[in-house]
Design a protein around this ligand. Structure first.
Ligand SMILES: C[S@@+](CC[C@H](N)C(=O)[O-])C[C@H]1O[C@@H](n2cnc3c(N)ncnc32)[C@H](O)[C@@H]1O
Length: 331
């Protein structure tokens, strides 16, 4: 007998924006920070936030049903990921990243119009970067980027490598973390000219100015600093189309010494494109932001590497369900 069907899943999807909106408001009013600080009841939350009790009741019901909060007896507690990443002042606070795409909300709801009257450029949202907007952007990316970079150095051994080229390195999260982890390594962060001003501030804060330098350039054009023995490109894959990514990978191959390696970390679709949803959505984000980018499959990424001349090419999970890592070696 065929599975019974109903409209539940479709109705949830039609109103999935409600979950984003609740998360934004919970962060606006400091719900999770207050709970972490000891406001374990709705009365205490009313006193701490100054909101009406009916609105605290509404917000807490949403947060409980979204598994952002939970009960321990009569007391409210943050879910473990909420406690780690959404409590202001904690080391791993990722609020700036969670809020970063909030200004894009209205653009997502103009998707139909954007498809019918498309307007795109190669660099999309990066066309109009200023030093100030780059600083704000990387306050957000660094709140998750350094965690990703720590994961990278746990999974990839660069102890025999000498020089890392970090394409679109942003805050320098990967370069800084890699030189801190591997003694003999130095690094070059290549990013757009307004961005590297912000990058230098992160490098200075980390005290690694002697080992990480920056180059202000557009990685879609020109040859790369050379020679290097590792290239990393992280979290900018869907911004560009196949032609641009294949070109970047080919120029990275040329910049590498024989025996060198490249790592491309990004949101990649499974080869049948049935997921992860997040990878598909980052591709769609490029319609919203006005670039020519799209979501790439794991197989396509392997193809860019093999066509450039890399061998031992493989894609593995980096953060399961979100990020994958394509690696290849230059013979
Ligand atoms: C989402 S951030 C990722 C930053 C860093 N790789 C990380 O994982 O934390 C994407 C970065 O790619 C850079 N980028 C995008 N297009 C670029 C281009 N054409 N040339 C150089 N950098 C670029 C952006 O300026 C930004 O810093």
């Amino acid at each position: 007998m065929a599975d019974r069907i109903d409209t539940t899943r479709l109705q949830e999807m039609a109103r999935a924006y409600t979950a984003s909106a609740v998360l934004y408001t919970a962060l606006d009013v400091g719900l999770f920070s207050q709970v972490s600080a000891g406001c374990r009841t709705e009365e205490a939350l009313v006193a701490a936030t100054g909101l009406r009790s009916v609105d605290v009741d509404r917000l807490v019901s949403c947060a409980l049903s979204l598994r952002l909060l939970d009960w321990e007896g009569d007391e409210l507690h943050n879910a473990p990921d909420v406690e780690a990443y959404l409590v202001q002042g904690k080391d791993r606070y990722a609020g700036p990243w969670m809020m970063f795409t909030r200004p894009d909300v209205s653009g997502w709801f103009q998707m139909t119009e954007k498809m019918r009257a498309p307007a795109s450029t190669k660099l999309g949202m990066y066309d109009e970067l200023t030093v100030e907007s780059a600083r704000k952007y990387h306050q957000a990316t660094s709140s998750i980027g350094f965690g990703a970079a720590r994961r990278f150095v746990r999974s990839v051994d660069l102890s025999s490598r000498k020089h890392l080229l970090d394409l679109g390195g942003g805050s320098g999260a990967y370069s800084i973390t890699c030189v801190e982890q591997f003694d003999g390594l130095s690094a070059t962060v290549l990013d757009l000219p307004p961005v590297v001003v912000a990058t230098q501030e992160y490098i200075k804060d980390a005290g690694v100015e002697d080992r990480v330098r920056t180059v202000g350039a557009d990685f879609t054009e020109g040859e790369f600093p050379s020679p290097v023995d590792v290239v990393v490109m992280a979290s900018n894959l869907p911004i560009y189309n196949a032609e641009v990514i294949a070109g970047v990978v080919a120029r990275a191959f040329r910049a590498l010494e024989p025996g060198g390696e490249m790592h491309l970390i990004g949101e990649m679709l499974d080869n049948d494109r049935r997921g992860p949803v997040d990878a598909a959505m980052w591709g769609m984000n490029e319609l919203v932001c006005g670039s020519e980018g799209r979501a790439h499959t794991r197989g396509e990424c392997e193809g860019y590497f093999s066509s450039a001349g890399f061998v031992d090419v493989e894609v593995t999970d980096f953060v399961a369900g979100t990020l994958a890592r394509c690696v290849g070696k230059k013979p």
